[in-house]
Design a protein around this ligand. Structure first.
Ligand code: NAP
Length: 258
């Protein structure tokens, strides 16, 4: 396992950071991709302090040239690419449909959906060259199991679109021995609230109260990034060799309740 290489987008915080740390622990050299160098460096420091290897890759996932350059840089440095975690994303603006602007819609689509496309597009030639690999896309319960997050139309569309891409590509990429799956987290404690702009919730919210919280398995507490990272490392590994085109909900049952 020592010379296997993984790329993680949005590796500077939350689920991306936890996944990068978990993959490094499993022996991968990890390319830490994102657009906040200080946060990526902090992830790298935490990895190297534990004896792992990796490098910081500065790129905006919505920019094709930057993604191709960053992915190429990783492969030049470590010689191949085996695992890709397409994780970076934003909540964007959550607002009533007749209040959401085209610019706000376009930004969410551009980061979450086009960014996922560009991540996979840049990585696949290298995975083909390596003779196979595993891609894990971080989707959500939103758009796949639940539709009750107030005003999250653009976000939900991107998360549903990601799972459709995973299923479509599972068939296209199988002949190259490339598996592709999605993890669909429920509420996880991360920094994503900083990338959320919720407007006029009174016009979009579904007024439901769960007396014992909305995450059944924890009695209401949100999950942790490590809960998702553990599933990502499983999907990356040979233990998941017969799994492709599958969404896996990592939500403590939250999506079933909502
Ligand atoms: P997070 O802590 O905000 O992490 C997202 C990371 O992506 C950040 O490091 C962010 O960098 C980076 N990023 C955002 N836009 C980018 C861009 N254009 N180019 C490069 N990097 C970019 O949030 P998280 O909760 O870990 O989210 C990770 C994924 O999980 C997302 O796809 C999200 O939709 C999904 N998810 C999260 C939850 C949850 O409850 N937290 C639930 C379901 C699904 P900056 O912060 O510097 O912009």
């Amino acid at each position: 396992m020592g010379n296997r290489v993984a790329l993680v987008t949005g590796a500077g915080s939350g689920i991306g950071r936890a996944s990068a740390q978990a993959l490094a622990k499993d022996g991968y050299a990890v390319g830490l991709l994102g657009h906040s160098p200080d946060e990526l460096q902090a992830t790298l420091d935490s990895i190297t302090q534990n004896g792992g290897a990796g490098c910081v890759l500065n790129a905006d996932i919505a920019m094709q040239r930057q993604m191709e350059q960053a992915t190429g840089e990783l492969v030049d440095r470590y010689g191949s690419l085996d695992v890709v975690v397409a994780n970076a994303g934003i909540n964007g603006v959550w607002a009533p449909i007749d209040d959401l602007t085209l610019e706000e819609w376009n930004r969410t689509i551009s980061v979450n959906l086009t960014g996922t496309f560009l991540t996979i597009r840049a990585a696949v030639p290298h995975l083909k060259r390596a003779g196979g690999g595993s891609i894990i896309v971080v989707s959500s319960i939103n758009g796949t199991r639940t539709f009750t997050t107030p005003g999250a139309t653009a976000y939900t569309a991107t998360k549903a679109g990601q799972v459709a891409m995973v299923q479509q590509l599972a068939l296209e990429l199988a002949r190259h021995h490339i598996r592709i799956n999605a993890v669909c987290p429920g509420e996880i404690e991360t920094n994503i609230d900083a990338n959320t702009d919720l407007r006029r919730e009174d016009q979009t919210a579904i007024p439901v109260i769960w007396p014992e919280g909305q995450v059944p398995i924890t009695g209401g507490r949100p999950g942790k990034s490590a809960d998702v990272a553990d599933v990502i490392t499983f999907l990356a590994s040979d233990k998941a060799r017969h799994i492709t085109g599958s969404p896996i909900w990592v939500d403590g049952g939250q999506g079933l309740l909502r």
